[in-house]
Design a protein around this ligand. Structure first.
Ligand code: FAD
Length: 392
């Protein structure tokens, strides 16, 4: 019998999980990635979940200590370095690359096509034809849109759906621990830190390697501010005067040890968006990962959600002779999960958005910046979030 064929658009985490899981089911899979170079230089620290590791194990990826750094507690510091709140919280922090690399290495030789960008596709309900920017095309039984925040596949299916900017950005930076003075290394120890200047949030934690990584959410209300941040950037890094300004703000608003980490990085930023898609399957086309739904990073689940979407798609297709019924099942299960993630992200980030958009009539509860609640809820494990318990 002829193998069933899938085209995966997007060769990042979501696309690689889908490609590996479908190949394991016996499908012939080709991945098309817009970026010509290896993606390995991307990304920074990520929170992990047992559910993410379970999907990796299903693919035969050994989960040893190199996958992450164990932190034992969360600590919220004020601007003088005093502890505002502390929470016992055993958790593994990883790095984007540690997830990406083994997935990429597992793909069959010749099945990953770098530097090929999907332009559009046609779908006659039994076969999909994908068209690429080099003029080539490919046919398959299923097209998987794993092409991220600015998904072309989503734009073809739902031209009216646009990422909604949340009014704030996540400033990020990463620094090798061995480059820090011994006194700073000792002060940092092995904790997951929070700082909560009014209307802002910084999280700072160790990642494998070993590095210190932070994400600092700060308002940048409009398109003009965003454009200014991106202007004259060198690679991913912002221009020197913006980096200097961020570091000066760090010195006056963050605990000394956190300000010192910021000081020693080359900051870059990611604008924060929400994306909700009406359906994640239409005809023989499905969306997964960030192409389907983007929840604000406070949910701490970008990578895990992509892995679970791919696992649910594979489970739906496994042993099914009716692809359409399998896709309907996938759409039902993952649509609900994605919507709940987006809602949770909006709720957790509302107090930061409110500072960027003071004219919106925010309900009083939305502005709650209570450290106890935030330390408990930000990046919580799936097991701690009843609303995200879901069948795959
Ligand atoms: C540069 C970058 C850094 C990130 N760093 C982190 C991090 O440190 N921590 C974290 O938790 N999350 C991070 N994320 C987000 C995280 O990767 C995603 O939430 C999660 O991996 C789900 O990813 P995805 O595969 O759905 O989408 P993405 O990772 O966004 O991947 C989409 C892929 O599709 C490709 N693509 C887009 N359009 C086309 C097209 N038309 N044709 C072919 N290919 C196309 C893109 O080049 C990209 O490689 C990062 C994302 C990016 C893009």
């Amino acid at each position: 019998m002829q193998k069933q064929r899938a085209i995966v658009v997007g060769g990042s985490i979501g696309g690689l999980f889908a490609a590996n899981l479908l190949a394991k089911l016996g499908w012939a899979v080709d991945v098309y990635e817009r970026v010509a170079d290896d993606l390995a230089g991307r990304g920074a620290g990520i929170g992990t979940h047992d559910e993410l590791f379970a999907v990796m194990r299903e693919l035969g990826i050994a989960m040893d200590e190199s996958i992450g750094v164990r932190v034992a507690e969360r600590v919220c510091l004020d601007e003088h370095g005093a502890v505002i709140h502390r929470l016992t919280w055993p958790h593994v922090m990883s790095h984007w690359l540690r997830i990406y690399r083994p997935l990429r290495e597992r793909l069959a030789p010749g099945s990953y096509h770098a530097g090929r960008s999907l332009v559009d596709f046609s779908d006659d309900d039994a076969e999909v034809v994908a068209h690429f920017d080099d003029g080539s095309s490919a046919r398959a039984d299923l097209l998987i849109g794993a092409d991220g925040l600015r998904s072309t596949v989503r734009a073809c299916l739902f031209p009216d759906v646009q990422p909604a900017y949340a009014g704030y950005v996540g400033w990020r930076g990463i620094v090798e621990e061995s480059s820090l003075p011994a006194s700073l290394r000792a002060a940092l120890g092995n904790s997951y830190y929070f700082a909560l200047p009014p209307g802002e949030m910084l999280v700072c934690y160790p990642v494998p390697g070993r590095y210190w990584n932070y994400v600092w959410y700060r308002p940048a209300p409009g398109d003009a501010e965003l454009a200014d941040l991106a202007m004259d950037a060198t690679g991913p890094h912002v221009r020197p005067e913006l980096a200097a300004r961020l570091k000066a703000i760090a010195r006056s608003t963050l605990a000394p040890r956190l300000a010192e980490v910021v000081e020693r990085t080359q900051p870059f930023f990611q604008a924060i968006y929400d994306v909700e898609t009406p359906r994640v399957a239409a005809g023989r086309v499905v969306l997964l990962g960030d192409a389907a739904y983007v929840a604000r990073p406070h949910v701490g689940m970008g990578v895990t959600k992509a892995a679970l979407d791919a696992a649910s798609l594979a489970r739906s297709l496994q042993g099914s002779t009716d692809i359409d019924a399998a896709l309907a099942r996938y759409a039902r299960l993952r649509g609900e999960f994605g919507r709940r993630c987006v809602r949770r992200g909006r709720r957790l980030g509302a107090y930061i958005e409110a500072r960027a958009r003071p004219d919106v009539p925010w309900p009083p509860g939305a502005l709650d910046q209570n450290p106890e609640r935030l330390l408990r809820e930000i990046g919580a494990t799936l097991a701690e979030i009843p609303e995200l318990q879901a069948e795959l």
